[in-house]
Design a protein around this ligand. Structure first.
Ligand SMILES: Cc1cc2nc3c(=O)[nH]c(=O)nc-3n(C[C@H](O)[C@H](O)[C@H](O)COP(=O)(O)O)c2cc1C
Ligand code: SF4
Length: 455
């Protein structure tokens, strides 16, 4: 990621921009897949899935109309790296999408981002126009789709639904099985013909959905080579990542560091630590992973090291809470966010996260009983049942881990004696202002579970 905004195509081309796609064209799709796999690039959208494997699966899948989707929806609270990339250098995202399209022989590219990201939308549109006019991205059509603010718009199948003109309601089948504009049935055996009137063969249109940061890395891997990319980072997660740091730290921001950098370095050195002489109590990596306690701050920020302590790197966005914060309030705030954002297609997810939020609110108000902890645990055990997407698992992982790691805070509420801070906001970042502070979406407090707002 460049350290400042690249403002023109000429400036981009001067810095080796355009070389990735031209190398990709010269060497051919197989060589692109080999190079991306050799670089051991792992997806930066949250799960860390190997990008070379994902692209190869789609290249090898049956079907003529394949697509590439660049995921710039960035809805994960505590994360601002994709918007930083799209603001600073949209060219590398567009070029990366063109490289992916070349690798899988796609017939169309969609770049999804949020309607409310006006700055990023303008920069992406200009970059697509400039790169296309300069003949640098080939003849695969590129469309920018502006979607809603909902968290599920970033979920890969929710994004496909939005591209097709629908609400971001996740699908059962994954994009490599049932891609964009697919006519093949989603749900196995049917006793009747799907889509009455459909003529011709059904097609599944396997689709690549890759995060915009992943695509930006692919651009530089193809320009400079896998060896250059892997010069930093750790063998299982080479390269760098722009990590977002917010919450109770002196210097919040987006810091690009090698994969495997200790979390403590990010918090203490780049974030300048917790203000006011207080100390960190917990760190959350987005809303998808188990809580990291102060004792675990030396963990390295890469996919495997984070998994080894039972959490996850997610999209590299870290939220710090200091030792004046009540863990019950954190669990309640995160649970409410996930409940509100859940779409309700899977009852255990929507109803379960609603119950968990209500019980946490009850406990926080000092009206809970010891038996409510058992109720929480039982509901957490079933919140993931028959789920279409990972959101229910996020509820289970975050709330379950806070309950597990901070039983004393729950105990204090059950006996009515907690004097810690309860004004916890899930940090859905909307901007980074000129004073160097993040701006948060306070409207989410008014958002109701049916995605309307109290005004
Ligand atoms: C609830 C939910 C929200 C998500 N939001 C985003 C998002 O905003 N941006 C993103 O790139 N991936 C998001 N993901 C992950 C995507 O589903 C998908 O795995 C990712 O875009 C794949 O890209 P990658 O292989 O480059 O990581 C989300 C997943 C879930 C379950
Ligand atoms: S798991 Fe939750 S958010 Fe995901 S599709 Fe089902 S109800 Fe919607």
């Amino acid at each position: 990621m460049p350290q400042r905004a690249i403002v023109s195509l000429d400036e981009y081309l001067d810095g080796a921009g355009g070389q990735g796609i031209s190398n990709a064209r010269r060497s051919g799709p197989d060589a692109v897949l080999d190079e991306i796999s050799r670089a051991r690039l792992r997806g930066r959208g949250g799960a860390g899935f190997p990008t070379g494997t994902k692209w190869r699966t789609i290249r090898d899948a049956a079907g003529t109309d394949k697509y590439v989707v660049a995921n710039g929806a960035e809805g994960e609270p505590g994360t601002f790296k994709d918007r930083t990339i799209m603001r600073f250098c949209p060219y590398e995202v567009v070029e990366g999408a063109a490289i992916a399209a070349h690798a899988v022989s796609a017939v169309g590219i969609f770049i999804v981002t949020k309607r409310s990201f006006t700055n990023e939308v303008a920069r992406l549109r200009a970059a697509v126009d400039e790169l296309t006019s300069a003949g640098l991205v080939g003849d695969v059509p590129i469309e920018i789709v502006e979607g809603p603010d909902e968290y599920l718009f970033g979920e890969e199948t929710g994004a496909l639904e939005v591209i097709e003109g629908n609400d971001p309601l996740p699908r059962v089948l994954r994009p490599y099985q049932h891609g964009l504009f697919a006519t093949a049935p989603q749900l196995g055996w049917e006793s009747h013909e799907q889509l009455p009137g459909h003529a011709g063969e059904h097609t599944a249109n396997p689709t690549v959905v890759s995060n915009v940061e992943t695509l930006a890395h692919a651009t530089w891997i193809m320009a400079l080579g896998a060896d250059e990319f892997s010069r930093v980072g750790v063998p299982s997660s080479p390269g760098t990542m722009p990590f977002t740091l917010c919450g109770d730290v002196d210097c919040p921001g987006v810091y690009e560091l090698p994969m495997g950098t200790p979390l403590r370095t990010l918090v203490d050195d780049f974030g300048a630590g917790v203000p006011g002489g207080r100390s960190p109590k917990m760190v959350l990596s987005g809303v998808a992973n188990p809580v990291i306690t102060a004792a675990e701050l030396d963990v390295r920020m890469d996919f495997d090291a984070m998994a080894a302590i039972g959490t996850g790197l997610g999209s590299g966005g870290f939220v710090v809470y200091d030792d004046t914060t009540c863990a019950v309030a954190v669990a309640r705030a995160f649970s409410r966010f996930l409940w509100v954002e859940s779409c309700g297609q899977c009852p255990p997810c929507k109803l379960g996260s609603g119950t968990i939020t209500e019980v946490l609110e009850l406990i926080e108000r000092g009206e809970g009983a010891a038996s409510d902890i058992g109720r929480l645990q039982r509901t957490l055990a079933t919140v993931t049942d028959a789920n279409r997407c990972y959101l229910g698992a996020e509820e289970q992982r975050v709330v379950g881990s806070v309950l597990d790691r901070f039983p004393e805070d729950f105990g204090a509420h059950l006996t009515g004696s907690c004097d810690l801070r309860h004004d916890v906001l899930v940090p859905k970042i909307v901007d980074f202002d000129e004073t160097g502070r993040f701006v948060f979406d306070h409207r989410q407090l008014q958002k109701r579970p049916d995605w309307t707002y109290d005004d």
